[in-house]
Write a protein that binds this ligand. Structure first.
Ligand SMILES: Nc1nc2c(c(=O)[nH]1)N(C=O)[C@@H](CNc1ccc(C(=O)N[C@@H](CCC(=O)O)C(=O)O)cc1)CN2
Ligand SMILES: Nc1ncnc2c1ncn2[C@@H]1O[C@H](COP(=O)(O)OP(=O)(O)OP(=O)(O)O)[C@@H](O)[C@H]1O
Length: 195
C-alpha cells in the first residue's frame, strides 16, 4: 500500500518536472487571483505558507500579497525531534536559515503551532476529489494539523495547493490522513464538500 503511494509520488514528480518556468509563474499568478476571494483568507489574521522546493507550486506571490494586506505570515519549521512543525513568522526584514532538507526557514522569535493559525496553505504531491492529500512522506503536516481531527475544530482552514496534473481520482486514506477544506490550482479554487 505504501508501495502504491511511492509509485504515485514518482509519477507525479515526473509529470511536474515538465512544467516550464513561464507556466509556473503564470500558475502562481492565477492562484493568487483565485484565493483573493476566499472568505477565510480575507478574515484571517495568521496565515501559513511554505517555501517552495524544486517543482512545487509557487506560493510566494500569494505570501507577498497577503503580507502587504497586513496579514501575519508564517512558514513551517521542521522540529529537532518528532514531526510536529513549528510555524515561524516572516516579515520584510526576516533572515533565513536552511533546514536539514535544504529548505529556507525564517529566523524570528514568533513561533506558533498550527492550532494558532487561521489558514494553512499545504504543500502536496497529490490530491483526490475528496480533498485527501498525499505529501512527501514525512508525515509532518498530518501530525501538525491533527487538531483538525477533533469534532468542532474548524481551525485552521486547510488549503491544498497543486497543479491540475497533481489531481488523482482516489487516494487510499490512512487513518491519520486529514482532508483539505479547499484546493487552489492554476485553473480554479474549489471548496470540498464537508461530508
Ligand atoms: N516546501 C515544502 N516545505 C515543507 C514541506 C513540503 O512538503 N514542502 N514539508 C512537508 O511535510 C515539510 C518538510 N518535509 C519534507 C519531507 C521529506 C523530504 C524528503 O524526503 N526529501 C528527499 C527528496 C525528495 C525529492 O526527491 O523530492 C530528500 O531529502 O532526500 C523533504 C521535506 C516542511 N516543509
Ligand atoms: N497524527 C500523527 N501522529 C503520529 N504519526 C503520524 C501522524 N500522522 C502521520 N503519522 C506518521 O507519518 C508517516 C508518514 O505519513 P504519510 O506518508 O501520510 O505522510 P505525508 O502526508 O505524505 O507527508 P507530509 O505530511 O510530511 O507531507 C506515517 O507512517 C505515520 O506513521
Amino acid at each position: 500500500m505504501s508501495q502504491d503511494k511511492q509509485a504515485i509520488r514518482r509519477s507525479i514528480r515526473r509529470l511536474r518536472k515538465t512544467i516550464t518556468p513561464l507556466v509556473r509563474k503564470q500558475a502562481a499568478k492565477a492562484a493568487l487571483k483565485f484565493c483573493r476571494k476566499y472568505i477565510p483568507l480575507l478574515k484571517a489574521k495568521r496565515i501559513a505558507f511554505y517555501w517552495p522546493m524544486a517543482d512545487e507550486f509557487d506560493v510566494l506571490p500569494m505570501l507577498t500579497f497577503w503580507e502587504e494586506q497586513g496579514k501575519a505570515c508564517y512558514l513551517p519549521v521542521v522540529p529537532k525531534n518528532g514531526r510536529r512543525l513549528w510555524f515561524v513568522r516572516k516579515d520584510s526584514r526576516t533572515r533565513w536559515k536552511n533546514n536539514r532538507f535544504g529548505i529556507p526557514e525564517p529566523i524570528h522569535p514568533e513561533r506558533i503551532r498550527a492550532e494558532q493559525l487561521d489558514v494553512v496553505l499545504v504543500p502536496l504531491m497529490g490530491i483526490d476529489q475528496y480533498g485527501f492529500r498525499l505529501g512527501m512522506g514525512g508525515g509532518f503536516y498530518d501530525t501538525s494539523i491533527a487538531c483538525r481531527r477533533l469534532r468542532n475544530m474548524t481551525r485552521p482552514k486547510l488549503i491544498g495547493v497543486a497543479y491540475e496534473l497533481q489531481k488523482v481520482n482516489h487516494l487510499e486514506a490512512d487513518p491519520w490522513d486529514i482532508r483539505m477544506d479547499a484546493l487552489v490550482s492554476e485553473k480554479e479554487f474549489s471548496v470540498f464538500p464537508k461530508n
